[in-house]
Design a binder for this molecule. Structure first.
Ligand code: CTP
Ligand code: CA
Length: 236
């Protein structure tokens, strides 16, 4: 606005943000991880705080300073993240799943360091699916529409394939996940760890509701603009 003061349009709204990337342990010294830096989730927390929200971060292996005023719960694995979000979401009006959650985890974690043995084949590491936290949160809310959080936002990173564009995959994912908003990041450009971002915001039907390009903080505000618009529609 003209005063230059941030618009406090999320005053008192409780926003839960998952950020970072999970790590799945193979043995005491090794894990399966991903490239997520946590910067977009952090930007969402900063933006929500500036707009008056009460922010809780579920942080998966993020080495960034906690935004002043935010609550922080640190987790490592997908299982820990799922448990923390399930607990925290009961007190949240808005859930934003910005974390990169492992889809697969080693079926068993070796208690001892896995050794290479001359003359033996390399070991295979059997993997098991992890729970889909975003989908689970949407299902819980849809079963009982009074259940918190009122608004659920997912992220989708897609590269596209020979057969389908990244955008078409994102639209399909939006419909499959059923989140109120899905923030689509086109990975064809390569954004992990970068300070800026370009996203398209889709609704639960996979239709466009907005587009934002700029710093991760700018993108965060663009996502929150849509959250504010939708909160106006959702009965308290
Ligand atoms: N997500 C989640 N739990 C998982 C995996 C993903 O909550 N076990 C969330 C992410 O935080 C993100 C959204 O789901 O908000 C989409 O993640 P993405 O990896 O793009 O989608 P997947 O459904 O895992 O599909 P795939 O990786 O096969 O494309
Ligand atoms: Ca995934």
């Amino acid at each position: 606005d003209a005063s230059g003061a941030p618009v406090r349009d999320l005053q008192g709204v409780r926003v839960l943000v998952s950020a970072g990337g999970t790590r799945e342990e193979i043995d005491p010294v090794r894990y399966i991880a991903n490239h997520s830096s946590g910067k977009q989730g952090w930007a969402l927390a900063h933006a929500a705080l500036a707009r008056g929200a009460q922010v809780t971060l579920v942080a998966a292996n993020v080495e960034l300073e906690t935004p002043p005023g935010a609550e922080r719960v640190d987790v490592r694995s997908a299982a820990e993240l799922a448990a923390a979000v399930a607990e925290q979401r009961e007190q949240a009006d808005v859930l934003v799943m910005a974390a990169a959650v492992a889809d697969f985890t080693p079926t068993t974690r070796s208690a001892a360091k896995i050794k290479k043995v001359d003359g033996q084949d390399a070991p295979a590491i059997p993997l098991t699916r992890t729970p889909d936290v975003l989908r689970g949160s949407v299902l819980a809310r849809n079963e009982d529409p009074g259940t918190a959080p009122r608004l659920i936002v997912g992220f989708a990173a897609e590269t596209g394939s020979e057969h389908e564009s990244s955008l078409e995959l994102a639209r399909q994912k939006a419909r499959r996940k059923g989140a109120d908003l899905l923030v689509f990041n086109d990975l064809t450009a390569g954004v992990f760890g970068a300070d800026s971002n370009s996203v398209r915001i889709l609704d639960a039907a996979g239709a466009d509701v907005g587009e934002v390009t700029g710093s991760k903080l700018h993108v965060a505000h663009g996502v929150l603009d849509q959250v504010v618009a939708l909160l106006g529609d959702v009965p308290l």
